[in-house]
Design a protein around this ligand. Structure first.
Ligand code: ADP
Ligand code: MG
Length: 708
């Protein structure tokens, strides 16, 4: 498109440019305050919408459109729709109380004849409505107590009929007209300045519009082209471009990580063979395959970045142990990071049992230790006497010095945000070992749906353990209303009389204090109902040592029944437990229910999971419980979870870590991921110069992925 002739110089007010007396319009990179009509107060409010520069306005995309084209009849069918309505005002009454300033009665055309409607006007509004006048109003039709209503409708002049108006995500103090005006000003500047980072060869092949055209279509739609829709080329182009850019940013991030050498670890088997001999295990085919993939990575002098995905109980720990043994055999240390202190302790105990017979030293670093214990532990780590250290993320936040760290294992990655994982890549580098970076192995039980695998985890290689060790039995799940608790308690008595054990999981409560109380109340209730059983309890207010003691007693069979809060969600392994009761299951997400249920079905006996719920049950909760009853397939559950809750919550990284997308939507635009992957490949191979500008535009210069 040809740039239009320069417009009249705009007045620049309230800015340094104004004080300099310059009349040139600001560029796209200029602070938004340099635009006419943006003072410091508005600039501050715009910053809340992440609009800092003039160019940022271009990427503040409409969330929807208002169509002022078609006149709608007044009908309860149209309630909730924003549309154009033609009415004749019959009565106008000012109000002196309440929020509204003016109320009007009016009549419009309904599907079967005249329909009355009430109009409310608040605060400032346009020309005062007059009785007897016919007018066109735009607004959202609502159902009031006495019939149809429009609140603060906009009076539409004949010249405005047919407009399609973008509606932007707004913030208090910057209204839609202001945003529209500012975006339009930015578009005018863009016509002269904006370059398209996508090579024309690619654009033409997909029939995509040039960037400026796409943005004009999205921000300033023309009547004749209809209301813009996501399946149009203008949107498609930006969606695919954005997804491809996130993939590129992560790949670049991976390249940066892999610029630093890692120790090359020659594969060996003798320690692992000794371990499985003494465990009496035969690794599953899937475990063998994944171990092979890890060994191939470790043998290279490049940092491994591998994610091992395996459902609850698939035996990820053994895979991690195999990697650890190779690394230790080559003379390096291994750090294992667990999401909770309880889990760190369990891993440490487990590894002690596995590794000490092989002559290796396992160290636990935890907040519960005395200063002296901790100091002694740190010393053993620093001089290499301890070969493997287990702890929480504190391992990397504090100044823990390694002798020679060769491998970092992160368990249950879904508990850590992308940021934490990336921070680890940097901080995990051995402070003593010079420029070497440790290998990284990440383990997760949350199957990562493809959408996330390609965007959030594109910097990782993925291995899947898609087979459970033999001897597992499927878990039968039943959904039971809480008032049938009595039957459930009888079932516990039966199961325990047969020598099996049971878990009772208390409701999910935010506050630690109250959660502990809830556990104690349940504990007392069950003690009364089941006087013959010995009952243990773990909850979040106990310290790690207390929790560990209770867990150990349950595992040893001292307790028939364990009352627990969701602290037992991950890592607890008691094969003799064959019954799990989950209270208020309707409040929990699918991923969490699946994790909890994974605690049973670990032995040879048929296991059951009882999901207790309280009424009323929302449709979503009902669907969740139904799906839990129907399937044990972690992948299906994860997909459903993603659909219900969105990627941020699924990964537990709502506040940090998950990339913010400007236009693409990981659920809605799944179908574009393959295109995006191909586009990323093609850009890297054929148009590497385009990559930097794309990342700067979509991901930001500072980068949501650390330094890219
Ligand atoms: P997750 O993948 O959930 O972390 P774990 O590593 O805790 O699973 O393994 C679950 C249980 O299965 C543990 O008791 C573990 O010792 C056992 N296990 C792992 N691999 C095998 C195998 N190949 N054969 C038999 N049992 C195994
Ligand atoms: Mg595990």
């Amino acid at each position: 498109m040809n740039p239009p002739a320069p417009k009249n110089p705009r007045k620049v007010i309230g800015s340094s440019a104004g004080q300099r007396g310059s009349h040139r319009p600001p560029g796209l990179a200029a602070p938004v305050a340099e635009l006419a009509g943006v003072g410091p107060r508005i600039a501050e409010k715009l910053a809340r919408l992440s609009i800092e520069t003039v160019g940022d306005l271009l990427w503040h995309l409409p969330s929807r459109y208002e169509d002022r084209g078609t006149e709608q009849p007044l009908s309860s069918q149209a309630v909730g729709e924003s549309a154009l309505f033609k009415v004749r005002i019959t009565e106008v009454r000012p109000l002196f109380r309440g929020k509204a300033r003016l109320v009007c009665q009016a009549v419009g055309e309904g599907p079967t004849g005249p329909m009355p409607i009430t109009l409310w006007f608040f605060g400032r509004f346009g020309p005062t409505p007059q009785a007897g006048r016919e007018c066109l109003l735009f607004g959202e039709l609502q159902q009031g107590p006495h019939g149809l209503e429009l609140a603060q409708p906009e009076l539409v002049t004949p010249s405005q009929i047919g407009q399609i108006r973008p509606v932007y995500p707004a913030t208090e103090g910057v209204a839609q007209p202001k945003l529209r005006q500012l975006v339009a000003a930015a578009l005018e500047i863009a016509v002269r300045e904006l370059t398209d980072p996508l090579p024309s060869a690619i654009r033409e092949r997909h029939d995509w519009p040039v960037l400026m055209k796409a943005l004009q279509r999205i921000h300033l739609p023309k009547r004749r082209d209809g209301v813009p829709a996501r399946h149009e080329p203008a949107f498609q182009r930006l969606i695919v471009e954005e997804l491809a850019t996130h993939i590129l940013a992560l790949r670049q991030r991976r390249a940066v990580t892999r610029q630093v050498a890692a120790p090359a670890i020659p594969p060996q088997d003798h320690l692992f063979d000794q371990l499985i001999d003494h465990l009496g295990f035969t690794p599953t085919g899937a475990q063998r395959r994944v171990i092979g993939e890890i060994k191939a990575d470790l043998a290279q002098a490049l940092p491994m970045l591998r994610l091992v995905q395996g459902d609850v109980g698939s035996g990820k720990t053994l895979v991690a142990a195999a990697a650890a043994l190779d690394v230790i055999d080559a003379g390096y240390q291994v750090a294992l990071m667990a999401p909770t202190a309880l889990l760190a302790e369990q891993h440490a105990r487990n590894f002690e049992q596995w590794f000490e017979p092989l002559g290796l030293a396992v160290l636990l670093l935890s907040g519960q230790q005395t200063a002296a214990e901790r100091r002694a532990g740190l010393a053993r780590l620093a001089d290499g006497r301890a070969q493997i250290v287990v702890g929480t993320h504190a391992l990397f936040q504090e100044s823990v010095a390694f002798h020679q760290l060769g491998l970092v294992i992160v368990d249950e990655q879904h508990r850590f945000g992308v940021h934490q994982r990336l921070a680890l890549t940097d901080k995990g580098a051995s402070p003593e070992g010079g420029a070497r970076r440790p290998h990284q192995l990440i383990m997760t039980a949350t199957p990562i749906p493809r959408t996330l695998a390609m965007t959030q985890f594109a910097d990782l290689d993925v291995s899947v353990i898609d087979e459970l060790p033999p001897g597992r039995t499927p878990v039968t799940t039943v959904v039971v209303r809480a008032d049938r608790r009595g039957e459930v308690i009888e079932r516990i008595a039966r199961v325990c009389a047969e020598g099996r054990q049971a878990y009772w999981v208390c409701p999910l409560i935010e506050e630690g204090q109250i959660e502990a109380q809830a556990a104690e109340t349940t504990f007392a209730m069950l003690g009364e109902e089941l006087p013959h059983l010995s009952i243990g309890m773990v909850h979040g207010r106990m310290n790690a040592a207390e929790k560990q003691r209770e867990m150990a007693r349950f595992k040893a069979g001292d307790y028939h029944l364990l009352v627990a809060t969701t602290v037992i969600e991950v890592g607890v392994d008691v094969p003799n437990a064959s019954l799990m009761i989950i209270e208020n299951a309707e409040r929990m997400g699918l991923a969490q229910l699946h994790q909890l249920r994974g605690r049973v079905g670990r032995g040879a006996t048929a296991s059951h999971c009882v999901l207790l719920f309280d009424e009323p049950l929302s449709d979503r909760a009902r669907a969740r419980l139904g799906l839990m009853r129907e399937t044990e397939d972690g992948f299906r559950l994860a997909e459903a979870d993603l659909e219900q809750r969105g990627p941020g919550e699924v990964l537990g990284t709502r506040q940090a870590g998950i990339a913010k997308l400007k236009i693409a939507d990981l659920q809605e635009d799944q179908g574009h991921l393959d295109d995006a992957g191909r586009l990323a490949d093609e850009l890297l191979e054929r148009f590497p110069d385009a990559v930097g500008p794309l990342i700067a535009r979509w991901v930001g210069a500072a980068g949501q992925y650390g330094q890219v």
